[in-house]
Design a protein around this ligand. Structure first.
Ligand code: ZN
Length: 197
């Protein structure tokens, strides 16, 4: 009987067309959007992610969920981390980066859509972003640390970009064969990874 209550969660993987599309703005926060936000949050948690963008679950719209853990808070925290990490998981609708700082940092990234591949990506250390929450409230914050990186990674998804596109050429060579294997595997399995819980 227990088995009949299982839910199937799926994430689109490298090779899926939806990951390469520029996503459309959300025009109205309705029940459909709220229900998608809920299933995206569940999917992120099931796969142990810290962020997930709507295109990764097959919806080409500008919405992301973040689940950056409290223990990732910088010391001292940026204003955005102090304000937003206690509110995770957090849904961002039509998020935009308004400005980025001039300092860059490099850190290994991974992605639920690019399983088992990790590589360093250079990104601005601090950003200011704005978005709407699921309640339609406009928020804006200056963020650093893992939160700033995660927001940049998730917003890339909304423009059809993946972190592997940003890996520097020297490092890229090391992941190319793994990426090819992943795309080959994906073409057999419809570019989806599935988890049933
Ligand atoms: Zn990703």
């Amino acid at each position: 009987m227990i088995f009949s209550h299982k839910t199937r969660y799926a994430v689109d993987t490298l090779g899926a067309e939806v990951l390469r599309q520029v996503a459309a703005p959300v025009t109205e926060i309705n029940d459909e959007i709220r229900s998608l936000a809920k299933s995206m949050t569940d999917t992120m948690n099931v796969f142990d992610g810290i962020g997930l963008a709507a295109p990764q679950v097959g919806h080409s719209i500008r919405m992301v969920v973040l689940g950056v853990p409290m223990d990732a808070m910088s010391n001292p925290p940026s204003p955005g981390e102090a304000e937003l990490l206690p509110r995770m998981p957090l849904v961002l609708i039509n998020p935009e980066i308004i400005s980025a700082g001039e300092e860059f940092s490099e850190r290994d990234e991974g992605c639920l859509s690019v399983p088992d591949i990790f590589a360093p990506v250079l990104r601005p250390e601090r950003i200011v972003f704005r978005a709407q929450t699921l309640d339609g409230v406009e928020i804006s914050a200056e963020c650093g640390g893992l939160l700033a990186r995660c927001i940049q990674h998730e917003l890339d998804h909304l423009d059809g970009k993946l972190f592997v596109d940003r890996v520097l050429p020297g490092e890229k060579k090391q992941i190319e064969s793994a990426m090819r294997r992943l795309e080959k595997f994906g073409s057999k399995h419809h570019y989806k990874r599935v988890c049933t819980r």
